[in-house]
Write a new protein. Structure first.
Length: 288
């Protein structure tokens, strides 16, 4: 959808859940010396200024990352989940919010590789400029769903893939499911993070979650964060958005305990009515 600009929603509750988990997964991959590949299928502009940019219009960051930073700033570091401390350590300025490409740049090592796709012409130019001084990174003005096929499996057999389209058209739900299925066939041991919205007027997000959890027999988990009243979300600009979720394939084994600690904290801090959800299914099919 070429009309979508992620800058309007930068730093909101959806970004907090998505990026907290992404940071954890990338840091886990970097514990081994072998090089890894990071692929971002819908990368956006790379970084988003809070003042003077699109992010200033909706100000979703105020009820997302800003509220989280305010809450954690009033308590001891030891009282904040370690997973959030890692995420917040990369959010060092109040002037701009780092998107997923920027977070990958901060975490990955000199010999790792970053490939970011963005179709929106204006955001692509911003992304290309943002990544231009990083020899590890490449910006591609192409369809991330299609481009993903050519990169899998990577030579090192280690990769983290973030799939987070706008879902502003129903096609995105179908394309996401198809892209994940194809990626798992090509590279079943890869680490995949698939973001999706929770919409009061549309059950497609829930249907996609169920499809994603059912299409793979290996370790996978689903995390959800409710950030608004579902009953009141119907009349909002984003089509009834009241939260978001992630499905993670081949997650780090330590992610289970980390999310079990972090999700309730996030729900209390930036969520609505203290609601979050989490399910972990291992390769034997056991739900935990």
């Amino acid at each position: 959808m070429l009309g979508y600009r992620h800058a309007f929603h930068a730093g909101g509750g959806a970004d907090v859940l998505k990026h907290t988990t992404l940071v954890f997964c990338l840091e886990y991959l970097c514990q081994k010396e072998t090089a890894c590949l990071y692929i971002d299928t819908h990368a956006g502009a790379g970084s988003y200024a809070f003042a003077g940019g699109y992010a200033e219009q909706n100000k979703e960051w105020k009820t997302g990352v800003a509220r989280l930073m305010e809450k954690t700033g009033k308590i001891k570091r030891s009282e904040t989940p370690a997973m959030l401390n890692s995420y917040l350590s990369h959010i060092k300025t109040s002037a701009a919010y780092p998107g997923s490409p920027a977070l990958a740049q901060k975490i990955l090592r000199p010999y790792d590789r970053i490939v970011c796709y963005e179709k929106h012409p204006a955001d692509f130019l911003l992304l290309r400029e943002f990544l231009s001084h990083d020899c590890r990174a490449e910006a591609r003005n192409a369809d991330g769903f299609e481009g993903l096929k050519s990169l899998l499996p990577p030579p090192s057999r280690r990769a983290c893939v973030l799939i987070d389209p706008s879902y502003e058209t129903q096609d995105d739900y179908e394309k996401t499911a198809s892209a994940v299925m194809e990626a798992l066939k090509r590279f079943p041991t890869g680490m995949y993070l698939v973001w999706r919205p929770l919409l009061a007027l549309d059950k497609a997000g829930e249907t996609l979650r169920d499809s994603l959890m059912a299409m793979y027999n290996g370790n996978r988990c689903c995390a959800e964060l409710i950030t608004g009243d579902k009953r009141h979300a119907i009349g909002t600009k984003r089509g009834g958005l009241y939260g978001s979720g992630l499905v993670v394939y081949n997650p780090p084994w330590t992610l289970k305990a980390a999310l079990e600690e972090t999700l309730p904290f996030l729900a209390d801090c930036i969520g609505w009515d203290h609601v979050s959800g989490f399910q972990w299914i291992d390769k034997r099919g056991n739900a935990q």
